[in-house]
Design a protein around this ligand. Structure first.
Ligand code: NOJ
Ligand code: MG
Length: 571
């Protein structure tokens, strides 16, 4: 009997799992899986050591195989690459090392043909100092004088020129840089080579809208908007207050409380105007929603404001990134996770959509933060919770941080100080994707790569994981399929518990499907095995790689070793 039930379940689950509709319509993004590609490190088609658009095109089948709905490309625009493309010198052309506009159109067409949406990174806060606007502004060319934030500063009692106020760069030291030619300071939130645009200029606002329209006309489906809270600064240039007992020196950004350089009222208005722009575009041109997601490290009150107002009569971003899980480590407890989840359920008005992620190109690899044994649990969590799932490339295979020395380093925020490089660099999470066990992990044909390929590629690579009967990769694709099948229904109720002295996380989801199905996720966050006693029968739907149970029906208690996790269906 048990065998029969098991067989029936297998057949059923194959049916359920093979359901994968392309998401279309106004709500396509609401329970989507968005896959972040870091183009420089994804796939190098011409063996010059740098990933490129043809490389991405050659992997279109892979996104289909993963079952993701959309790909988001970190910046691909022309750039001197001081900050790996987050310093743009021409918003309308493609970096030559990545390809050209016709490669981009080919990629877009291939994506659309395969039911994938394509989202571009949009970097409005700053340009590269090599952008022609900056040159023109430096030269005070008519019409460009106020494209950036310029100021005379003042001469102090010792006759030394000083910046106008105490504002700091996120990457340390004054945010003001003296420009010899113009004989003024300009402001930069990030590197010196990334001057901040002046959004009080109507012309700048219009330029940026035109750039959005340009890419919309080419056919992109949306944008990830960079560094949003930093767009406006206080018009009166007031000094920022010092944080009491910050423990950092006065050149460190955390030394100040950023009440005048972050989350300014005009920034929200600007975000709302972009929403109107995108919605107008969709309404005029037709087609599915053009969406945008904003990158904001802000407090909850402001995060919610970037979505829009309480009742949705004013709308902003479709969602703003949820960075609450970025700080996970091997000691993160069920109670920590419960609190990171419930804070969103408590604060985000129900008209808005959640999103969940554990990593990106600015943060260490999940496997390095939490250890291999917990990788599946975190992929489960971000896909099982309601809303959008965002996966940074190679998290589906549990790729770890690479090894990069300060001499090999590329990250401008870190290489200027080799003594702190290991603590501050973002190069570790940017090493090339590990495709297989061939030369350079299959990233290219063997040319030296812009960041070294991790030596761990022989143990961790996609090909191995595809062949293995159980692997992070298989867990991931199962999760994406399950999410797609469950997203056909509303989940009527979700609750999150931390049990057994905060060691066991339980997330329950009851669906409004014809069977009122209930699914549960369990994750042993602790260091010792524990037993989950269930008084109902249940099926194991997705087990983490090390779990002693495979898919199928059981009525036993569940034993979860440290780091194990599982999604079950309660019967
Ligand atoms: C956030 C991006 O994710 C990061 O990589 C970049 O350095 C800064 N914004 C500046 O654009
Ligand atoms: Mg290349």
């Amino acid at each position: 009997m048990k065998v029969l039930v098991r067989l029936t379940f297998l057949v059923l689950s194959v049916l359920v799992y093979s359901y994968q509709a392309t998401k279309t319509g106004p709500d396509w993004w609401k329970s989507s899986v968005i896959y972040q590609i870091y183009p420089r490190s994804f796939k190098d088609s011409d063996n010059d050591g740098i990933g490129d658009l043809q490389g991405i095109i050659s992997k279109i089948d892979y996104f289909v195989e993963l079952g993701v709905d959309a790909i988001w490309l970190s910046p691909i625009y022309k750039s001197p690459m001081v900050d790996a493309g987050y310093d743009i010198s021409d918003y309308r052309s493609i970096a030559p090392e990545y390809g050209n506009l016709s490669d981009f159109k080919e990629l877009l067409e291939a994506a659309h043909k395969n039911g994938l949406k394509l989202i571009l990174d949009f970097v409005p806060n700053h340009t590269s100092n090599l952008h022609e606007w900056f040159n023109k502004s430096v030269a005070r060319e008519e019409g460009y004088e106020d494209y950036y934030l310029w100021n005379d500063g003042y001469v102090d009692d010792d006759g030394v020129r000083q910046p106008p106020n105490n504002w700091l760069s996120l990457w340390s030291f004054s945010g003001w840089e003296w420009n010899e030619q113009r004989q003024q300071y300009y402001f930069h939130q990030f590197s010196i080579q990334q001057p901040d645009l002046n959004y009080r200029s109507e012309k700048v606002r219009q330029e940026m809208k035109d750039i959005l329209t340009y890419w919309l006309d080419i056919g992109v489906d949306g944008f990830r908007v960079d560094a949003v809270p930093h767009i406006y600064e206080d018009e009166l240039l007031r000094d920022e207050p010092i944080v009491p007992d910050s423990g950092v020196d006065d050149t460190n950004w955390n030394y100040l409380n950023h009440i005048y350089t972050k989350d300014q009222p005009e920034t929200f208005e600007l975000v709302y105007s972009w929403r109107t722009h995108l919605d107008n575009y969709t309404n005029t041109v037709g087609g599915d929603t053009r969406m945008f997601m904003t990158e904001c490290s802000s407090d909850m009150e402001n995060l919610v404001k970037y979505y829009g107002n309480e009742n949705g009569t004013v709308l902003g971003a479709h969602f703003t990134f949820n960075f609450y899980f970025l700080g996970i480590n091997e000691n993160t407890t069920a109670a920590d996770l419960q609190s990171d989840i419930t804070v969103w359920y408590q604060n985000l008005p129900s008209i808005y959509t959640f999103n969940w992620l554990t990593g990106n190109h600015d943060n260490h690899r999940v496997a390095s933060k939490v250890g291999q044994s917990r990788v599946d649990a975190y992929n489960m969590l971000i896909s099982f919770l309601d809303g959008v799932t965002i996966t940074y490339m190679a998290e589906e295979i549990g790729q770890e941080n690479g090894e990069v020395t300060c001499e090999q380093g590329q990250d401008p925020s870190a290489i200027k100080n080799c003594t702190t490089f290991n603590e501050t660099t973002r190069d570790f999470e940017r090493t090339p994707f590990q495709w297989d066990n061939s030369t350079n992990a299959g990233f290219n044909e063997g040319a030296p790569t812009w960041l070294p390929v991790s030596s761990k590629y022989l143990e961790t690579n996609l090909q191995e994981e595809r062949l293995a009967s159980r692997s992070h990769y298989h867990v991931y694709t199962d999760l994406v399929q399950l999410k797609a099948s469950l997203s056909a229904y509303n989940s009527s109720y979700i609750f999150v518990n931390s049990l057994l002295n905060n060691r066991l996380l339980e997330v329950q989801k009851a669906l409004d499907d014809p069977h009122q199905s209930t699914y549960r996720l369990y994750f042993n966050t602790g260091n010792e095995a524990l037993t989950v006693s269930l008084d109902q029968n249940y099926t194991v739907v997705i087990p983490s790689v090390n779990l002693a149970y495979t898919q199928g029906l059981t009525d036993n208690d569940l034993v979860l070793n440290s780091g194990d996790s599982v999604i079950i269906k309660v019967l």
